[in-house]
Every structure is written in structure tokens, then in C-alpha cells.
Design a binder for this molecule. Structure first.
Ligand SMILES: O=C[C@H](O)COP(=O)(O)O
Length: 320
């Protein structure tokens, strides 16, 4: 991650149940705001290409499939380092940008195949802690984090234990998150809330707060494996929690919508949410990522249309 030297990493501030008791989510208002974002053109047409390039720079280019192979991961890494076809880079006149995605995101076992291709030029995010359900022993999950960091991951995407949220056991969630944060050491930790499993937006808000209070560097919506993954209403709740946490503590926590974000249009909506709710500072890769496996293909297609006026079939674009 390119982080400015004075960036102050979030630290555990202690579990304050008083903050949680104040949380109230107006679901109807969140839904209305989400609908207004979906219905309006989020970015003026003349700026769309620039915004799509920005979107590419914050993608955690992901492959998290049971049939992942070393070859697939190596292709993914090469794509992450050169996410746009050379002719499009030239036509857009953005050779000097040296555009890359924000990171690649893989299973622990695949880190070893990403390392030689990326050679430290891009962060490797690993999903550790028994992704996606997280239902292994704590000892196993902490060991997995340590092994992922030792193998070369500089970002760890952990999954929380959903039952702690569903039973209101905030102390257990705090303790778990704190232990993960400690096991990560210098590696940054993204807390996956699996919001599709959490039933209410109030639970999403409370889980966001507890994970931030326990030192999460990012809060992330989903594993991509829940029935419902990233949505705009959930994002509004989470980014507002990030804003309030910043107002209370001075710590800037990052946000990562993930799962089902596959169109350029939806990426622009998430960028708009970040810009309007948190401001331009939160549009940089150290504070914003989009976890996605197929989004880049659609963005490349839209940029080709911008350059040539035509769409080519999606299969013509290199799939990671
Ligand atoms: O963390 C990222 C997600 O697992 C990717 O989900 P996706 O395949 O729906 O883009």
C-alpha cells in the first residue's frame, strides 16, 4: 500500500458498550438514499473514464475458488500489475499512471504462487481464519494468520464469528478481533463482517464499531459466499460508522465492499458513496478497496467503448 508517512494506523481503543447502545439505524432512510444513488448518473459522462481508472486502482483482484490453480493465480497477478490492455492505455494517454490494481486477494495456499510474480510490487491479501465460515478453533485461525504473513501476505482478510453478533456477545467479538489484529503484526487486517448473515442493519453497525474498536484497519462487507453480499444500504451503514469512529477517535478506517460487485456502474456507485459520505481522502487504496473477481473485465470493456465507441464481447478481454 502507498500510505503517506503521517498516516496513523487504527489501534484498539477498548470495547465501549456505551457507544453501541447509541446506535440506531434508520433502514428506510438508508434504502431511500441507496435508491437515489442507483437512479442518478453518479459521475458526469466526461469524467467517467477517469473514475473507472480510479476504480481499477482500488480493486482487490480476487480469486477465491475451490478449483484455483497456480496458473490461474499467476495470470491474476500479471493482470493486477497490468490491468488494462496496452492499446487502451495508449489511447487513453495514461502510460505515466503505471496503473495497477490495489492488491490481489487469494487463499492462503496460493500466496506462494503470487509472491514470485508480484515480487513485492503489489500487496498480497490472503483470506485466512478458516474463510469463509470461520468455524475452526481459534488456535487454528491464529496459526493460519501467522503462516499467511510468513508466506508473504501483507494484508489479511479475516472473517468474524457471526454467532457473536447474532447472540449480542460483543465482548467475544472484540476479543476475537483483537487477537487477529495482534497475530497480523505489521500486516493490515480487514474484518469481513459477512453482512448477509447478520440479519439487521443495526447488527452491521454494531459489528463495524466493535471491529474498529479492536483495531481493524478495514471493515469489509462480505466473503462473496453469503446469499447476499455487498449492497449500497449496508455500505451506507458501514461508512457512516467509519465516519463517526473517525470523529470520536481520530483513526481513519478503510472500507471494502466485496462480493457481487461486477459492473463498472456499480463500482462508480461505491466510489460515489465514499466521496459523498467520507470525502476524497477515502478514495485512495490505503482506505478503499473493492473486492471483486470479474469487475475488471467490465471496466475494461467500458473503457474500450469510451475509446472506440464499440463494445467487444466480454470473452475478448483477458480474464484473470
Ligand atoms: O472478496 C472478494 C469476493 O470474494 C469476490 O467476490 P466476487 O467473485 O463476487 O467478485
Amino acid at each position: 500500500m502507498s500510505i503517506s508517512p503521517d498516516f496513523k494506523r487504527n489501534e484498539a481503543v477498548g470495547l465501549d458498550l456505551g457507544w453501541l447502545n447509541h446506535i440506531h439505524v434508520n433502514k428506510a432512510a438508508a434504502d431511500r438514499r441507496a435508491a437515489s444513488l442507483a437512479n442518478r448518473r453518479s459521475v458526469k459522462k466526461e469524467y467517467q473514464a477517469a473514475w473507472l481508472l480510479k476504480a481499477i486502482s482500488v480493486i482487490d483482484l480476487t480469486t477465491l475458488a475451490g478449483d484455483d490453480t497456480p496458473g490461474r493465480v499467476e495470470r491474476l497477478c500479471r493482470k493486477a500489475m497490468r490491468p488494462l490492455r496496452a492499446d487502451l492505455v495508449e489511447a487513453l494517454g495514461v502510460q505515466d499512471l503505471n496503473l495497477t490494481t490495489g492488491a490481489v486477494c487469494v487463499y492462503h495456499e496460493m500466496i506462494q504462487h503470487a509472491v514470485p510474480v508480484l515480487q513485492g510490487r503489489l500487496p498480497i491479501a490472503a483470506v485466512s481464519t478458516a474463510f469463509p465460515a470461520g468455524l475452526s478453533s481459534m488456535e487454528t485461525k491464529l496459526r493460519e494468520i501467522e503462516l499467511s504473513v510468513a508466506a508473504g501476505a501483507s494484508e489479511i482478510d479475516i472473517v468474524i464469528t457471526r454467532q457473536h453478533v447474532l447472540t449480542g456477545n460483543w465482548q467475544a467479538l472484540y476479543d476475537e478481533m483483537l487477537a487477529y489484529r495482534k497475530a497480523c503484526g505489521e500486516a493490515h487486517v480487514k474484518a469481513i463482517l459477512a453482512t448477509g448473515d447478520l440479519v439487521t442493519l443495526e447488527n452491521v453497525a454494531k459489528a463495524s464499531w466493535v471491529c474498529m474498536m479492536a483495531g481493524a484497519d478495514f471493515i469489509k462487507t462480505s466473503t462473496g459466499k453469503e446469499g447476499v453480499n455487498a449492497t449500497i444500504p449496508v455500505s451506507l451503514v458501514m461508512v457512516r460508522a467509519i465516519r463517526e469512529y473517525y470523529e470520536q477517535t481520530g483513526f481513519m478506517v478503510g472500507y471494502k465492499p466485496a462480493g457481487g460487485v461486477s459492473t463498472a456502474k456499480s463500482a462508480l456507485q461505491y466510489l460515489t458513496v465514499m466521496k459523498e459520505e467520507l470525502g476524497n481522502e477515502w478514495l485512495e487504496p490505503h482506505l478503499f478497496r473493492i473486492g471483486a473477481s470479474s469487475l475488471l473485465t467490465d471496466i475494461e470493456r467500458q473503457l474500450e467503448h469510451y475509446v472506440t465507441g464499440n463494445y467487444s464481447a466480454a470473452h475478448r478481454h483477458a480474464q484473470p
